[in-house]
Design a protein around this ligand. Structure first.
Ligand SMILES: C[S@@+](CC[C@H](N)C(=O)[O-])C[C@H]1O[C@@H](n2cnc3c(N)ncnc32)[C@H](O)[C@@H]1O
Length: 360
């Protein structure tokens, strides 16, 4: 059996390494700046009694947040400067008060721990547990925060998750963009514009031809053209002080909006059905595999290491192995990690490696 430090240093197998122990203590043993991507869902406040104890059942939510933030601080230390931290956290009620716990934690991370919040993804579960409440709405979403350590140059493979664009095509001999823009309407608009000078009209025709040429060559999949004096709304508002585009419109008489030929970026609302926990003996609350896939392919390089400090039944590690990444999973419960090991052993065998279990 190898130590967790050696796993980080030289193990090339995608077999995950599981460590049984308290995350705060285990994380303190890991070298600084050694992990590429952390994806986790800690115990929510006052929701469940987990087999190994741990955080979540503190007498007050303030104490729970303090305990969680101590672990999160260690996550900051072990994460590489190029790394990402994805935190899924649900909320709780006490005395009919919705405690706002995920946002309190996120704000403390920004204000007290130097984290930079890049997105708050809304995990739309599409179906919630049946709500018994007669005076509040049923809850079907949870926030999923994406934090980084540096403002820029963190690892981010946007192309890996883009929505595939529709292709440009040829119709009646003319090139038509992905959404059917052929340029005919824009040509008419330029001609009819009462506010463009002759010089501006000439420039607009030339610019439009050059964009259509790029569509033809497949360098662009789609575009929109906004032309002065044609009653089109200016994206980002009309104030020249505020919007570069409004200024461009004033100076040149037109501007373009281009769509990335590799597809558009996915949005911050993810519709993913939760795991079915009906009929399970233990309440280990696994999250769905699909929730973990995007964070891993988006923010963990192929040779990187994924970490889940509240690994439970190892969903993060299982998905990391499917995505060919190495991973570490820490949990207080040996029983949950046993399930995690079992789930991942298939990948361990395929890779001629052993799923490690270290006790701390
Ligand atoms: C919501 S569950 C995680 C479920 C996991 N995402 C999965 O898919 O199975 C939270 C886990 O945190 C563990 N836990 C609670 N406090 C801990 C601590 N201080 N250190 C390590 N693990 C802890 C619990 O045993 C539980 O398995």
């Amino acid at each position: 059996m190898i130590s967790i430090q050696n796993y980080i240093k030289k193990n090339n197998s995608i077999s995950p390494c599981f460590v049984c122990g308290d995350s705060l203590k285990v994380l303190k043993k890991l070298p600084a700046n050694s992990i590429d991507c952390v994806v986790t869902s800690p115990p929510y406040y006052m929701k469940r009694q987990y087999l190994g104890g741990g955080i979540g059942l503190e007498p007050t939510y303030q104490e729970y947040i303090k305990d969680l933030l101590a672990i999160v601080q260690e996550v900051y230390r072990v994460l590489k400067p190029t790394g990402s931290f994805w935190l899924n956290l649900g909320d709780s009620y006490k005395n009919k008060q919705l405690l706002n716990i995920p946002y309190r934690v996120a704000i403390s991370m920004q204000d007290e721990q130097k984290w930079i919040l890049r997105n708050t993804v809304v995990w739309d579960k599409m179906k919630g547990a049946m709500s018994q409440s007669k005076d509040s709405l049923g809850n079907v979403y949870e926030p999923f925060f994406h934090f980084v350590k540096k403002k820029s140059a963190y690892y981010y493979d946007a192309d890996a998750v883009r929505r595939k664009p529709r292709e440009a095509r040829v119709e009646n001999g003319a090139v038509v963009s992905a959404t059917g823009v052929s340029g005919v309407k824009y040509r008419r608009k330029i001609e009819l514009s009462t506010e463009l000078t002759e010089e501006q009209k000439k420039n607009a025709f030339e610019a439009l031809d050059s964009v259509l040429d790029k569509i033809k060559k497949g360098e662009l999949s789609d575009f929109r053209m906004v032309i002065k004096g044609t009653n089109q709304r200016v994206t980002n508002g009309d104030t020249t002080n505020l919007s570069g585009r409004a200024k461009e419109l004033q100076d040149k008489g037109f501007y373009f909006l281009f769509y990335n030929p590799k597809g558009s970026m996915i949005s911050d609302v993810w519709q993913i059905i939760p795991e079915d926990t009906q009929g399970r003996k233990s309440h280990f609350a696994p999250y769905p595999e699909d929730l973990v896939k995007i964070p891993i392919i988006l923010t963990c390089p192929m040779d990187g290491i994924v970490l889940d400090p509240f690994a439970g039944t190892g969903t993060t590690n299982y998905v990391a192995a499917m995505m060919q990444r190495r991973s570490i999973g820490i949990d207080m419960s040996r029983e949950y990690l046993g399930i995690a090991q079992e789930r991942c052993s298939l990948f361990g065998i395929l890779n001629n490696g052993e799923v490690e279990m270290i006790n701390e």
